[in-house]
Design a protein around this ligand. Structure first.
Ligand code: ZN
Ligand code: ZN
Length: 244
């Protein structure tokens, strides 16, 4: 690692219209370039990777590095794959999913592991079994967690510290207003620097929680993008079962 490199920020958890996000790939990249100090973003749509490839192709026009990612709906909850080469199917076990991520040279991150309002690995598996999985990092700051569940970030951070895991921050943005609200600090400026920083655990997380106004804005943007019917199905099939 080159310790002379300066610290920069990456948002490693973003959704676009390729899944349930309210903004297109181009809108996300343009917003990140104009309105944030991010040097890299990971596009991590639910069970979909084409938007991330599109973002990677367009990235040179926006002066920002793109990491190809996917938020995979495993049988045990959401799991982030970063630096992927190809899509990983949903509904595999968490362990099998991590193996497939590593087989293609990617990194496996446990997103919002203790947020009970969405399907989360730590809620389904418990902290002990979560720790037994070969993750490369834990998302310890997720800016989109609703206020009743925000202690989940602290629980995740305590676990990451006790395990010596890389601590990741991400916005989990489903709307432009959230992009960059959660960040991972790393030395350097390129996606490859983010990879090295996670592998060497020289990262830290910070960010600002979404205000209630921004949460409302996200819901409106998601409904506009998905359509009211699809949004209602999303609530029934994704949001509501999470607490089960
Ligand atoms: Zn998630
Ligand atoms: Zn997400």
């Amino acid at each position: 690692m080159n310790t002379t490199k300066v610290w920069n920020f990456a948002d490693l958890h973003l959704h676009t219209t390729y899944s349930d996000g309210g903004a297109t790939v181009i809108e996300v990249l343009e917003h990140a370039m104009r309105n944030t100090n991010l040097r890299a973003v990971a596009v991590t749509d639910h069970d979909e990777i084409e938007g991330a490839f599109e973002a990677q192709r367009l990235a040179p026009h926006f002066g920002i590095d793109v990491i190809v990612g996917e938020e995979i709906s495993t049988a045990h909850g959401h799991l982030l794959g970063l630096f992927l080469q190809k899509r990983i199917p949903p509904k595999l076990s968490a362990f099998e999913t991590i193996v497939r991520i590593h087989e293609q040279g990617g990194l496996a991150i446990a997103p919002h592991p203790f947020d009970a309002s969405v399907p989360s690995l730590g809620c389904r598996l418990g902290a002990v079994n979560l720790c037994a999985l070969p993750f490369d990092g834990i998302e310890v700051f997720n800016a989109s967690i609703f206020w009743p569940w925000r202690a989940a970030n602290r629980t995740a951070q305590n676990l990451a510290m006790s395990m010596g895991m890389a601590q990741i921050g991400g916005s989990d943005a489903h709307s432009l207003c959230a992009v960059g609200s959660g960040r991972t600090a790393f030395r350097g400026s390129r996606a490859s620097d983010v990879f090295d920083a996670i592998r060497t655990r020289t990262v830290w997380a910070d960010g600002v929680y979404l205000s209630r106004r921004k949460h409302a804005r996200q819901v409106v943007d998601m409904m506009r993008s998905m359509g009211v019917g699809a949004f209602a199905r999303w609530v029934v099939h994704v949001a509501l079962p999470a607490g089960a």
